[in-house]
Design a protein around this ligand. Sequence first.
Ligand SMILES: NC(=O)c1ccc[n+]([C@@H]2O[C@H](COP(=O)([O-])OP(=O)(O)OC[C@H]3O[C@@H](n4cnc5c(N)ncnc54)[C@H](OP(=O)(O)O)[C@@H]3O)[C@@H](O)[C@H]2O)c1
Length: 381
Amino acid sequence: MWIISGFAILLASGFGGVEATQQSQDIEVEAPEVTPAPEITIMSTMKAAAFSPGGAENLYTSDVAIPEPGDYEVRIRVLASAINRADTLQRKGLYNPPPDASPILGLEAAGIVDKIGPGCPDSVLVGQKVMALLAGGGNAEYVTCRYEQIMPIPKGLSMIQAAAIPEVWLTAFQLLYFVGKLRKEDTVLIHAGGSGVGTAAVQLVTQAGATAIVTAGSQKKIDFAKSLGAKHGFNYKEGSFKDKVLQATDGKGVDLILDCVFGSMYDDDAQLIKLDGRWVVYGFLGGSQKEANFNMLLRKRVQLLFSNLRFRSVEYKKQLVQEFSNLSTPLFESGAFKPIVDTVLPLSEISQAHKLMESNTNMGKIVLKVSDETSAGKDEL
Ligand SMILES: NC(=O)c1ccc[n+]([C@@H]2O[C@H](COP(=O)([O-])OP(=O)(O)OC[C@H]3O[C@@H](n4cnc5c(N)ncnc54)[C@H](OP(=O)(O)O)[C@@H]3O)[C@@H](O)[C@H]2O)c1
């Protein structure tokens, strides 16, 4: 496909309705097979996820204006995206995106760079296949983001697999290395071991030569985490896991906890963390409030750390993306790291995707297939 920059009158349909506007816009021209006059497509709007605050049934797709890349930004033609818990919270009206982020759902995408804004380095090219960490906007046919937040797709991975990587792998990498200061000799307790973040964390911990122990709500998820490298797994729905973890560690406990549950597991965690342990909280699936006696944490000099990714600075994300890419690209390419895709649904079925995530049955990612176009690389999906 050829892309010709031009000046076109277009209809921009935003959330606030349809308005006539005039602005610089790309015109896409189908590459001719012989020499007939090219067919010209003027693109002005795209399909994107939209919702009114509430349940998953309030999700739908809408026609909105295609975003233009600003300074240091690229525009990606999205072939696949994915959903995250942050999207379900945002849909419920409980989690606002950062002020400068797109209000459209979607924290990650895989696709093809189709336009480059001012200030991007020469190494960023139209036509590059990339996966991107986003502060929003990924559940749509086009998205813009800072060039520092795109990564080349490891060779051999499909767009569907690539869309399953950015948010949960970068979160797990950040929590383990940047926040939790993972060491080879560590025993790491990972809650929600069958989740998107959990399945990535198990692989990262195992690759580092450290020991992963998981909790999960079913034997199926525990077995899956073990297939990815976890040494032990315990079903938290069968009662306290404290004694089981202590037994599995010869009474020593764990050095590091990756905790997206908090409240309901606090008492067990406080007892099984070691002296000088690091306890990284990054979600509140089991409640954000806890009445507790913190004496034990003080005596054990526990570092209780809280972290998020979406609200971090571009500089921080740049460093995270670079360090993660350096470590993970060869490992994805060799098959040592596996993006875990549970289910693939078309963007038009985003409501079903949210329902699935909220049923807590997925193991790994729920991916949205955004494009079916052969010209966009159907074979790669
Ligand atoms: N801070 C950050 O930067 C950041 C970034 C990404 C994600 N997160 C958070 O990380 C968590 C995992 O995200 P994800 O995308 O990996 O989720 P996911 O794939 O949807 O998996 C979440 C799993 O957590 C388990 N769970 C749900 N409620 C629970 C509870 N009350 N107690 C114990 N386990 C529970 C369920 O599995 P079981 O069958 O095992 O119960 C569920 O399938 C979410 O809380 C998300 O908000 C935070």
